[in-house]
Design a protein around this ligand. Structure first.
Ligand SMILES: [Zn+2]
Length: 114
């Protein structure tokens, strides 16, 4: 601590609840908590840049029980919702780029059944 040349590596605080879950996930996979957390963070950043390249004209407006997106190509706001065991889009009858985009968002895990 008193060594002026010593620079601490960056650390981050993890919430207690997340810490316990992450610790048991890491143990299940047989890896350290540090490797597990770093893996998740880099995979998440890679996924975010993938979906930005996949659909650069789509952007997330908000997320909650459903996911609201803006499609700048068709100039429309679309809503992605979960019903009858499937994801649906308010703009398209079938599987569409909005659903693919929503699946790439980490918020998809919080979408609720309608
Ligand atoms: Zn759609």
């Amino acid at each position: 601590m008193s060594n002026p040349g010593y620079r601490r590596k960056p650390t981050v605080a993890i919430e207690d609840e997340v810490y316990e879950k992450a610790k048991s996930k890491a143990a299940q996979k047989g890896i350290t908590l540090v490797d597990y957390v770093n893996g998740i963070i880099s995979q998440n950043m890679e996924r975010e840049s993938f979906i930005q390249n996949y659909a650069p004209y789509v952007e997330k407006i908000s997320s909650g029980d459903t996911i609201i997106l803006r499609d700048n190509k068709i100039k429309k706001i679309v809503e992605i919702f979960f019903k009858d065991g499937k994801l649906h889009c308010t703009n398209d009858e079938h599987d569409c780029i909005h659903i693919h985009y929503a699946l790439g968002l980490s918020e998809i895990g919080r979408i609720k059944k309608k």
